[in-house]
Design a protein around this ligand. Structure first.
Ligand code: C2G
Length: 131
């Protein structure tokens, strides 16, 4: 949709091609892409572990991408509505591992779940390096 502001969220730890493709497909839905990079604390609360790379480095990597117009820290999953409104986003994009989880936000924006890139994940990369 021309003129649309897109928003998406993620940890983007050990940045890989699946992350890039998700951001590229999100940007292709509009003109402006804002990305919420989840904080180390949010990850710890959610998964019980801290990401490999600290939040300032993960944010810096995402910010350096040509397709990304704005980055900010995502402090909690429950604040999604506030972030969407603050960014004046018309479309929320999430990978389909989150399918259905954010449908309640469809009163403030369109919610789109995109298929994940198969056969790659941060966990798989870490495992591959480990062996
Ligand atoms: N992704 C993808 N294909 C992969 C791996 C990831 O399309 N093979 C997508 C995910 O679906 C997500 C984005 O890349 O949309 C970022 O992935 P993660 O860093 O794993 O994000 P996550 O920790 O799930 O996000 O509010 C959500 C939180 O910020 C957490």
């Amino acid at each position: 949709m021309s003129g649309s502001r897109i928003i998406t969220f993620g940890t983007f730890d050990v940045f890989h091609i699946g992350h890039l493709r998700l951001l590229e497909r999100a940007k292709a839905l509009g003109d402006f892409l804002a990305v919420g990079v989840s904080t180390d604390d949010l990850n710890f609360r959610k998964k019980g572990v801290r990401p490999v790379f600290p939040q300032d480095q993960r944010l810096e990597i995402v910010q350096a991408l040509r397709i990304v117009d704005r980055v900010f820290y995502e402090e909690s999953l429950e604040q999604k509505r506030d972030y969407i409104l603050a960014e004046r986003a018309q479309i929320l994009v999430m990978g389909d591992d989150w399918r259905g989880k954010f449908d309640e936000l469809s009163d403030v924006c369109k919610v789109v779940y995109l298929p994940r890139t198969p056969a790659i994940s941060t966990t798989a990369v870490i495992e591959k390096i480990r062996v």
